[in-house]
Design a protein around this ligand. Structure first.
Ligand SMILES: C[S@@+](CC[C@H](N)C(=O)[O-])C[C@H]1O[C@@H](n2cnc3c(N)ncnc32)[C@H](O)[C@@H]1O
Length: 264
């Protein structure tokens, strides 16, 4: 997998902000309910799951514990995140079923046909060569296996200089494709009928809620932790993200696709 920038993007400040706003172990909004919504049409129980961009790993623990995955492998490019996620799996007593692996950008060193489900939440926007990634995911999936994802995309009304500026404010690099480009890339990789579901307004709601909590109940705690200036910056960034979604510069979609089985 190639990535726009892959070392140390997720600073301590981003990790703290994510924990306070989105909960322990999550680097994306929505918590367990959003994960449940994302996987509700796909059988996870008893399956082997690969998570692309596993971050702090909270979702992988959920997939094993709540959704009863047989085995989960989370891969990520940031060593600190992989280490912390692995420590949490041990603390949760799930280290036999939930593993993490630090990966280099480029093809994954995983056997062909070794997973039933490839999962990914809010991570693929960091990968430059999405077509190469999807071919690789097709390779590691078993016949009939599912790719199930949520991701940030270029919206239908993009002002990409604004969006990139926003991501720089966030301290993150991303390369946004549009929904048609995402669907085409998946088709080109051998997933014939990708299914999509727009989550932009739901995510706008998450960011609006973040703004309300940052300006209200969380304000004193955050000012005490990071100071007034950073608190103001956090609020500004959240407002700008909300604006980017409500003006359709940025979009968020679930995208799900199945690798055909030979008898399909
Ligand atoms: C927004 S976080 C989401 C983490 C996790 N999925 C969650 O929802 O809590 C994006 C993650 O993608 C990882 N990432 C970035 N580029 C990657 C790549 N090329 N391959 C795998 N992971 C990558 C980052 O290190 C980060 O942990």
């Amino acid at each position: 997998m190639s990535t726009t920038a892959h070392t140390g993007q997720y600073t301590e400040e981003i990790l703290l902000r994510s924990k306070l706003l989105w909960g322990e172990g999550f680097l994306s909004p929505g918590g367990p309910d959003e994960v449940a919504e994302l996987v509700k049409e796909v059988e996870i129980a008893g399956r082997d799951v690969l998570d692309i961009g596993s971050g702090l790993g909270g979702i992988d623990l959920l997939l094993a514990r709540e959704h009863r995955a047989r085995r989960v492998l989370g891969v990520d490019v940031e060593p600190e995140l992989v280490e912390r996620a692995a420590a949490e799996a041990v603390r949760a007593g799930l280290e036999d079923r939930v593993r993490y692996r630090l990966v280099e950008p480029g093809p994954l060193e995983l056997d062909p046909g070794s997973f039933d489900v490839v999962f990914s939440k809010d991570s693929i926007n960091h990968v430059d060569d999405k077509a190469a990634l999807f071919s690789d995911l097709h390779r590691v999936l078993r016949d009939g296996g599912w790719f199930v994802s949520c991701d940030w995309l270029r919206g239908p009304n993009p002002d990409q200089s604004v969006v990139r500026g926003l991501y720089r404010l966030l301290g993150l690099e991303a390369s946004f494709d549009s929904l048609p480009e995402r669907v085409d890339a998946l088709r080109g990789a051998g997933f014939p009928d990708p299914l999509t579901r727009d989550r932009t307004s739901r995510f706008a709601g998450f960011f609006q809620d973040d703004c309300i909590r940052l300006a209200g109940p969380l304000k004193d705690q955050i000012v005490a932790l990071v100071g007034e200036e950073r608190h103001r910056a956090w609020l500004e960034i959240r407002r700008a993200m909300h604006r980017a979604m409500t003006t359709a510069a940025l979009a968020v979609h679930f995208v799900r696709a199945r690798k055909p089985a030979p008898l399909d």
